[in-house]
Design a protein around this ligand. Sequence first.
Ligand code: NOJ
Length: 561
Amino acid sequence: MNTDVLNATPRTVSMPTDTGWWRDAVIYQVYVRSFADGSGDGTGDLAGVRDRLGYLKELGVDAIWFTPWYPSPLADGGYDVQDYRDIDPRFGTLAEAEQLIEEALALGIRTIIDIVPNHISDQHEWFQQALAAGPGSPERARFWFHPGRGENGDEMPTDWVSSFQGSTWTRTTNPDGTPGEWYLHLFTREQPDLNWNHPDVRREHEDILRFWFDRGVAGVRIDSAAMPVKDAALPSLPKGTAAPGDHPHIDRDELHDIYRDWRAVADEYEGERVLVGEVWLDDAERFARYLRSDEMHTAFNFDFMTQPWNAAAMRASITRTLAEHEPIGAPATWVLSNHDITRPVTRYGRADSGFAFLRKRFGTPTDIARGTQRARAAALLVAALPGSLYIYQGDELGLPEVELPREVIQDPMHFRSEGVDPGRDGCRVPLPWSGTSAPYGFGGTAWLPQPADWSTYTVEAQRSDPTSMLNLYRQAIALRRSQADFATGELEWLELGADIIAFHRGDNLISITNLSATPVPLPAHHEVLLSSAPLGGVLPPDSTVWLALRESPERSDGAQQ
Ligand code: NOJ
């Protein structure tokens, strides 16, 4: 552990005090390893992010969410955390992170960090101590160590299935070389699960929250937030669907006490520090329970992200999402992708345009031009919806998913599928900033190879092209800020046809997305605010337009353009 920091007083950070900032914020996800490389070693780092804060300011985002930046053996891209109170030396230092948080705040950009409560790295000192201390020790009680089943204890303690496919238990070896206890890991074997019934685990995480809130962090994204609590009886998986709250390791009721405690910690701080949950649940009522007023502020809306390019499916998802959030007064979130998901440009260019982890395959035919057209339309559609908006780095450049050669893939999902699943590295390829060949201004030779045909995707190339994806995102974000109806207007559906998603925001703004195969006439309007494709008097297939019915009032809450 980084012991220097335990007694160090963090710098005093003055936080902005605007209330409800997170309700309609635009939050940009930085996957540090692949954003920008300031040191020239081929891995993105904090120096790279600090250099590019101006880019994010120009894009117009309100906050950055950093995927884990802590020291990590990178068995799962940083979601195997070795020390929560430090920065991976490949990315920089804690002092640099503190500077970055302050510099971003000075530009009006808040910082959200990733907290991973379900598991830690097997190299974390707690796990190393547990291995050394042996069966029955207090050190092992922080985890799920258990004897195996069967005569020789060589069968796994449960039949639980990993989110990454494959087994959820690994057997240890005793100091004398004989096989020992097993430990639970819902993800890879390098990510042992913590035992949330243990007071040390709870106390440690509350301390970690304070550690970062003291340093000016405005919120935390909670990784795998429905998974940390386990049924201590270690029962078998239910046959069929589990009764609500009765699954042995997903969405257990005890989780809510944990997040209430976390909320109390967040509320000790000025400037509204927020909890954002990564909650994958099909049951809308159970999902909404995480968003009660004394728990998380928001949670990712994966329901919409997984929908295919189909008006009925997307509209039904929007309706469901708004209906489940409305009674609890929590804002929805809109997410087109993240570091785990096939890029929208690629997804929407495929025959199967929805998303499911287990359906990913090498060599899937893709029409990138069509996917790009649709991703542009989807960007405007989600930016017009009420709630907060997440943008995964590179989606604003329209980057496609890269089909990487097998020998460079590092993602454990690929290996655990025995090479069937291409994994998630295809959306983690380092960003192209400038120039005409790799590494496209990223820094050193990128840790994952960038395609030879990415010169048209660079920030430099797109800046000067008024029709680029980058300029579409910039204009959309600026309009979200400047038009009062985006923040406060009620959403009211407009019926323009089965394959059209159209709605009012307030009494001035209309958003129309055409998912049909034919152009659609535009309703009477005062002004076209923005469109994802050239209009020529009609809205072409696979595109979105924003219309104003009269001259628009500016937002009066001080939001800048
Ligand atoms: C969800 C994260 O987004 C993903 O990248 C990670 O592999 C798992 N949680 C496990 O931490």
